[in-house]
Design a protein around this ligand. Structure first.
Ligand code: WTA
Length: 632
């Protein structure tokens, strides 16, 4: 912690946006607009919401019974109407919504008109399978137009989607399908990565074996290669379903507070939380933040490199950009295949204006050298976004110089699955500071406090909290309201505790230092220490395991596991390989520890809780801190 703190806080530089960009900014007066959003939230949010379509307007902007919020109370809308029909009816039928590209340079474009038709057909298909409002549908799909259409088809008919990142393996998928009790699963035959086809259907088949509430699985058979027997009565062919369904589907009229989706994210226990987002507030805030942070104009070409399996994909590949009628690039594949300039090749090819990625990717691409991006014409870029983990000043400056060529602005957006939308960042019209996320966005009232909730003076490290409800906040954790309430009880004062450590500088810029709880951030992915530990103990030789995060130059954090073996087993290289394999099977490749060390004992509190903090300090050669609760 100490190291990080000094590195970040040393940076004093301020970067002012170039005049050409500033001139074009939709928001010129951040301070004034922010002030209004806090002092007069009803008027502020009504004005934003009025830019969108509602079947019926709200009676009240906010009803707040801590910790339960209702936004746009009584309002009726459908998010897909705002994302699709609204544009089609406003002369944008033939505007491109997505340009899909893969690793091999294959391209597929879809217009707003075509996307609306695809979504409607699939929505009708879902209806024909008995899916209706409030039913859950799990989506286990590659980062493609078909995946986006699947999400929107659910939203069209009021079904709640639960997207599971296609890099997760059977165990993680099963847990999520089971928790949501999904009636239908939508999947694809395979996804593409590094030139290889990675099958998805077999994983789904294994995952649902014991889940008899799953009535149907819709399979996108991308190459028409599955045999008839593969289908049986349980499996439905995606393309056939679409062809046989009508292209007209009236949107379900949704209450502002009707659920839109569940997205599972890691918490401090072994079981992920099903973060629930609802319709109205989420729609309004993803619309507003996409528009203002990325300065979306009629001709903007926007590219967010996330995967639809994460919240960044939900808010900033799907709902935010579509609500703004933008043209987005999406890619299926990795940033370094077939060559480490592939992203820059596509930025040049499609004249991308806004590029949004994660620090881990920036650090990885940095390693290949400045000459790689230098080969491409990146002059179209105006805004460079960062998300998912703290961006170190070195990576920030590299991004700014080598990708933005000092002509684009960097926006470092802090937010979470739970917040639904950006919370802290500088807007493109506003000066930014490398390594500091920046200022609160509209309606967001952050503070840095101690454990008792007392606000701390500038440049002191404390807990990041949000003091007021905001429209796109999570409404609950699926089936576990007590876990939801915990966010608001963790720190006294009726505030939302983000679980991050932060500090505010003398100009009010907020710097995020990392998680304060037992959650890892590996290559920008959120993974609970406890999740990895419970995966490890699934190996028959393991008695107990503790997992820590170690600073890693590229991934931010890497995973190290300490393992106690059961009686009769002795440490071996083979066991290390097997343990890693077990984690891969249970959770997926992203959660596999880089290091496994066998130990006889783990540091525990007297009540038997593993003190990961002590393990970490020992591993990194730091002071052990307060160990008064240590058992011995
Ligand atoms: C971290 C991703 C520093 C943070 C949108 C947060 C960040 C967690 C930033 C949420 C940022 C996200 N600077 N840290 N700009 N953005 N984080 O739910 O620790 O996958 O709590 O949402 O990522 O991860 P999640």
């Amino acid at each position: 912690m100490e190291n990080l703190e000094t590195v970040h806080l040393q940076v004093k530089d301020i970067y002012y946006p170039p005049e050409e960009i500033k001139k074009e900014c939709i928001v010129q007066n951040y301070e004034e607009m922010y002030k209004k959003s806090i002092e007069n939230p009803d008027e502020f949010w009504s004005e934003v919401a009025n830019e969108l379509f509602w079947y019926q307007k709200w009676d009240k902007v906010l009803e707040w019974n801590i910790p339960y919020a209702k936004w746009f109370v009584g309002g009726k809308t459908n998010i897909t109407y705002n994302c699709l029909d609204r544009h089609v009816l406003n002369g944008k039928r033939n505007k491109v919504a997505y340009i899909y590209v893969d690793e091999d340079g294959n391209e597929k474009k879809i217009t707003y008109g075509e996307l609306l038709e695809l979504v409607n057909r699939l929505a009708n298909g879902l209806k024909s399978l008995g899916v209706g409002k409030g039913d859950r549908v799990s989506i286990y799909m590659p980062n493609t137009i078909e995946a986006i259409a699947s999400m929107l088809a659910c939203a069209r008919i009021g079904a709640i989607h639960s997207v599971v990142f296609a890099g997760f393996s059977e165990g993680a998928l099963k847990l999520r399908i089971n928790d949501a009790k999904a009636k239908v699963v939508i999947t694809a035959a395979y996804t593409k990565r590094r030139g290889k086809k990675i099958p998805l259907l077999p994983t789904v088949k294994d995952a649902i074996k014991e889940l008899d509430f799953v009535k149907k699985v819709i399979v996108w058979d991308r190459d028409n290669e599955l045999s008839e027997e593969e289908y049986g009565s349980h499996y439905i062919n995606f393309q056939k379903l679409i062809k046989s369904s009508s292209p007209v589907c009236e949107p379900e009229i949704m209450d502002a507070e009707d659920p839109l989706f569940i997205l599972y994210t890691s918490g401090t226990t072994g079981k992920p939380k099903g973060v629930l987002h609802t319709t109205g507030g989420y729609m309004v805030n993803t619309y507003l933040t996409t528009k203002t942070v990325f300065n979306i104009k009629e001709d903007t070409i926007y590219w967010c490199t996330a995967d639809i399996g994460w919240i960044t994909g939900h808010s900033y590949i799907v709902y935010g950009p579509l609500a703004n009628g933008a043209t987005s690039v999406i890619m299926e594949g990795v940033p370094v295949y077939p060559h480490p300039g592939i992203w820059w090749e596509y930025v040049e090819k499609y004249r991308v204006n806004v590029f949004y990625t994660a620090p881990t990717a920036i650090r990885m691409l940095m390693r290949f050298g400045d000459e790689i991006p230098a080969k491409y014409d990146l002059s179209s870029l105006k805004i460079l976004g960062s998300v998912g983990e703290p961006i170190n000043p070195e990576a920030w400056i590299w991004y700014y110089k080598n990708i933005g060529r000092e002509k684009a602005v960097v926006v470092d957006t802090w937010w979470q699955t739970e917040t639904g939308a950006h919370m802290i960042t500088t807007l493109p019209c506003y000066p930014s500071k490398p390594g500091k996320a920046g200022k609160p966005l509209f309606g967001v009232v952050p503070a840095v406090v101690d454990k008792e909730g007392n606000e701390l003076p500038p440049n002191t490290v404390g807990h990041l909290v949000i003091k007021k409800p905001w429209p796109s906040m999570l409404r609950t954790c699926w089936g576990e309201p007590e876990r939801y309430e915990k966010y608001w009880k963790e720190i006294p004062g009726g505030v939302y505790s983000a679980g991050d450590l932060a500090s505010v500088d003398e100009d009010g810029y907020i710097i995020i230092l990392g998680r304060a709880d037992d959650v890892l951030s590996v290559a920008g992915h959120r993974i609970g220490n406890a999740e990895v530990e419970s995966a490890i103990v699934e190996h028959p030789a393991v008695a107990e395991a503790a997992v820590i995060g170690k600073p890693n130059e590229i991934k931010g954090e890497s995973i190290k596991a300490f393992v106690i073996l059961k009686e009769g087993y002795s440490p071996s290289q083979e066991l290390i390989i097997e343990i890693k394999e077990t984690v891969k099977e249970v959770l997926g490749a992203i959660a596999v520890p880089d290091e496994v060390e066998f130990v006889d004992k783990l540091p525990k509190t007297r009540s038997g809780k593993i003190m990961r903090r002590v393990l970490r300090a020992k591993e990194l050669g730091q002071e052990l801190g307060d160990i008064s609760t240590l058992e011995d």
